[in-house]
Design a protein around this ligand. Structure first.
Ligand code: SF4
Length: 209
């Protein structure tokens, strides 16, 4: 699906039950030629209220992290696995069926931006974007070559806000970005994976991501 079509469709989307808990769809934002693409889990309260990703304390932490490697928020494409806020306070994690329903939008964003580096923030984005089954603690900070880009799994901003030791590790993981952004794209045919419900399970086209 073309990016513009995906954005238009998402803003009125009712493909999963999260349409009932949202106030606004948070599609994502950033330049379509960004080299860096950051994926969180789902919009939270502040994002739902504003319609923009990574707001409030999380947004401030992200901007600080980007600043430590000489990047500004405006240079990066920012989005989440699902575009609507899950219910609950704090919100629950998105369900696999919800991630699957929303993946068409994430795919169209990745295809349009074609970033060199993807940072997956948190357990669920890391698992889904890398297809790895290991715990996040085991794989965090690795630059995993997938479909001609590097995917870096790391902690969520929310976790880093409350656990100082993990905040230090998040800073360390971000410190790898300048080198990776300057390096050549990795050569690999391994393809990023997003799970579907068993009834819909089908391989993604090679190179789709
Ligand atoms: S989370 Fe995604 S699939 Fe579900 S209603 Fe929102 S935009 Fe549609």
């Amino acid at each position: 699906m073309e990016f513009a079509e995906a954005q238009k469709e998402a803003l009125e989307c009712t493909r999963c039950g999260l349409c009932q808990s949202r106030s606004r769809v948070v599609f994502g934002e950033g330049p379509l030629n960004a080299r860096l693409f950051i994926v969180g889990e789902a919009p939270g309260y502040n994002e739902d209220a504003s319609g923009r990703p990574f707001q409030g304390a999380s947004g401030m932490l992200l901007e600080k992290l980007l600043g430590t490697v000489g990047l500004s928020r405006e240079e990066v494409y920012l989005t989440t696995l699902v575009k609507c806020r899950p219910p609950g306070m704090p919100p629950r994690s998105p369900r696999p069926s919800e991630v699957s329903s929303c993946r068409r939008y994430l795919i169209s964003q990745l295809v349009a931006v074609d970033p060199k580096v993807v940072v997956a923030l948190g357990e669920l984005p890391s698992r889904i974007l890398t297809g790895r089954k290991e715990s996040l603690r085991r794989i965090r900070g690795r630059a995993i070559p997938l479909d001609r880009r590097y995917v870096i799994p790391t902690f969520s901003l929310q976790r880093a806000l409350y656990v100082p030791a993990d905040r230090s590790l998040l800073v360390s993981d971000f410190s790898r970005l300048p080198e990776l952004l300057e390096s050549e794209r990795p050569t690999t045919y391994e393809t990023l994976n997003v799970p579907s419900p068993a009834s819909e399970r089908e391989p993604l086209q090679p190179g789709l991501w």
